[in-house]
Design a protein. Structure first.
Length: 215
């Protein structure tokens, strides 16, 4: 079986990225782009991002998760610490995050180091989740092999009975990671494949080096 995809072509013409019009701090440019994507109403989940890790088997692996918060310090998401991604991060905290917003012809690639979020911050976010999401986090031994979906559903029903009318506390194996960026690359599609690529590289705790890359 084969299918030639060579004729899938698109001309990128919606915007440009010029060094003279951007902030010295990449988080501020990220915020500007994120707000513009939200306002465009063309992406269902603008906070969906790809998280890439190096697994214990030595292979890279990417999966889509939801960004839950960003600050000048970094980007926060939540997961099961005993999952495949959680174990990979514990073994090698160097990760890559990427956002692709096709309606705006934009992409952001972030290299950084992941670290566990403070327990009180993970507690606070867990408390804000719907009850079903809280129980789902407890039910799932994420990334482990299970015999059937029915097993999950039965475990969920048992937990619903167990916690009926009770407070559901965050389990120790579930919480947040903050990815502190060391490099952020902004990609804006342009005509004739001469795309704009601007990279910020962290020089110290406060200063970023800005460079234009060939497309």
């Amino acid at each position: 079986m084969q299918k030639d995809l060579g004729n899938y072509r698109k001309s990128y013409e919606k915007s440009a990225l010029e060094e003279g019009t951007i902030s010295d701090n990449p988080i501020e440019l990220f915020q500007k782009w994120f707000y513009e994507v939200e306002a465009s109403d063309g992406v269902d989940e603008p906070n969906a991002m790809t998280v890439s890790t190096i697994g214990l088997d030595g292979f890279p692996k990417s999966r889509v998760v939801l960004l839950k918060k960003y600050t000048y310090e970094g980007f926060i998401f939540y997961t099961n610490y005993t999952s495949e991604k959680g174990k990979a991060i514990a073994n090698n905290p160097n990760v890559c995050l990427s956002f692709f917003w096709p309606n705006m012809e934009r992409q952001i690639i972030i290299k950084g180091r992941a670290e566990k979020l403070a327990e009180n911050l993970s507690d606070g976010y867990f408390e804000s989740r719907p009850e079903g999401s809280k129980l789902g986090a407890i039910v799932s031994d994420q990334s482990s092999v299970i015999p059937s979906r029915q097993v999950l559903e039965e475990k969920l029903k048992a937990l619903e009975r167990e916690f009926e009318g009770k407070e559901i506390k965050r389990p120790d194996f579930w919480g947040g990671f903050m990815v502190r960026p060391v490099s952020m690359e902004f990609w804006q599609g342009r005509p004739n494949r001469l795309h704009d690529r601007v990279r910020y590289s962290l020089q110290d705790d406060y200063h970023w080096k800005i460079e234009r890359l060939a497309p």
